[in-house]
Design a protein around this ligand. Structure first.
Ligand code: 6PG
Length: 258
């Protein structure tokens, strides 16, 4: 493997082909969840949104067909963010997971914790989801075992959008006290929709943070976020603490020494 740009915060795995990335990520998920369930009796996983998870879910379903060791009924599924759309809207991250993963693996409904987007406002959805999480986690911050994250072409992750007032509150330059919210809502101007998202501290208190990033369209954002001095206001994915980046060669183009 060629030398890659170093970033002390993160580790990176680069896969020549996208399908190798998702197959390896699925295998890793299963290995980790088996270990976590063996030690804790359950595994709490946060899923990301958008299009990338569809390939991850397909690889998980494929892996589950040959690896029957996983106690899927001991895995609790959460979401890192959601679009403020009905749960049966194809844009819903819950809908995507339900269609491509939960329905394929018969995940018990009581182990799926979705954002209640049926509520009247995005703010109420954020409050409702935070209450759901606080009924599960009695710690000062939610302590997920695994959190999967994606990277937008503009450097966002979850729904932490560049230039948003929400992100501004978490910048190193922010003077006010760090908000204690676990979940927040925002108007995503560029997407013309409300979004609801885990906050940076809620993300960063997870045991393992794993980015799955595929495709040349992400190369510029990935290179920018990986700069040790990346500006998190411009590239909010830089707000995420030490993480594993599982990427394909096309997305990693800007990381690899020429
Ligand atoms: C969402 C996300 C978002 C996503 C990135 C990458 O709800 O859209 O959670 O952060 O992970 O935008 O999206 P793609 O996988 O579609 O490129």
């Amino acid at each position: 493997m060629k030398a890659t740009m170093l970033n002390p915060k993160h580790t990176v795995k680069i896969f020549t082909q996208a399908e190798d990335l998702f197959a390896a990520a699925a295998k890793d998920f299963c290995t980790r969840s088996i270990h976590i369930i063996a030690s804790q009796g359950k595994c709490r996983v946060v899923l990301s949104g958008g299009e990338t998870p569809k390939k991850f879910y397909a690889a998980l379903v494929q892996h589950a067909k040959v690896n029957t060791e996983i106690a899927w009924n001991k895995i609790q599924f959460f979401f890192g963010d959601e679009r403020y759309v009905p749960m049966n809207d194809v844009r819903s991250n819950y809908y995507t997971a339900q269609h491509y993963l939960f329905s394929q693996l018969s995940i018990p409904r009581q182990h799926i914790f979705r954002f209640p987007t049926e509520l009247a406002t995005a703010t109420e959805v954020a409050t409702g989801y935070e209450q759901t999480l606080k009924a599960i986690f009695t710690t000062p911050w939610p302590q997920f075992d695994l959190i999967y994250l994606g990277l937008g072409e503009d450097g966002h992750t979850a729904s932490l959008m560049p230039g948003s007032a929400l992100v501004q509150q978490y910048l190193p330059t922010a003077t006010a006290t760090l908000p204690s919210s676990w979940v927040a809502s925002l108007w995503a101007e560029a997407l013309n929709m409300y979004r609801i998202t885990l906050t940076p501290p809620a993300i960063n208190h997870s045991q393992h943070r794993i980015f799955l990033v595929e495709g040349a369209a992400k190369a510029s954002a990935l290179q920018a976020v990986w700069q040790p001095n990346a500006d998190p206001g411009r590239y909010p994915a830089a707000l995420v603490d030490s993480a594993e980046w599982w990427v394909d060669a096309a997305a990693a183009r800007g990381l690899v020494a020429r």
